[in-house]
Design a binder for this molecule. Sequence first.
Ligand code: ZN
Ligand code: ZN
Length: 177
Amino acid sequence: MQIDLTEFFSAAGLTKEMEVPFEQKEVCWNGEQYPVSEALPVQLTVTGEGGGVLSISGSARLTLEIPCGRCLTPVAYPFTLSFEHRIETANEGEEDTEATDEQPFVLNHLLDVDRLVSEELYVNMPMKVLCKPDCLGICPKCGCNRNIRDCGCDLFEPDPRMALIRDLFQGGGENGS
Ligand SMILES: [Zn+2]
Ligand SMILES: [Zn+2]
């Protein structure tokens, strides 16, 4: 959803609180799509500071489905975000490329709320999500989810790097004197 910020840029002291829905059904990050399973309305406070400056503060709570890093089962991962931004508009006739580079969610005096929240999500994305701390993951041999079924595959494979180290030790085992 987009909000017209024009009145805030000109009116110092004008403050409005808003509740705005997060409308994206999924969030794209690093080439992956994460479904939004739950989203509360985004709380926003916009204040005109005068002189073409305004501040935006607020909070958002939403839940993304992120695949478990080991077995790929979707995990409901809740986010609680809070943010504060200071936006300066370019004067009439000035290029405002700099402003748009820094704040991709404000363009032509329009605030893109979905984009704002997405930017906050990107910096809060977890390194790795696990469905449970002791997730057994997917069997590399047969592909089954080892949390659900013990496939009984023999997963012992000598590590080629270990074999190399062993060879080195054996080769250099003679007395060097
Ligand atoms: Zn898992
Ligand atoms: Zn298996």
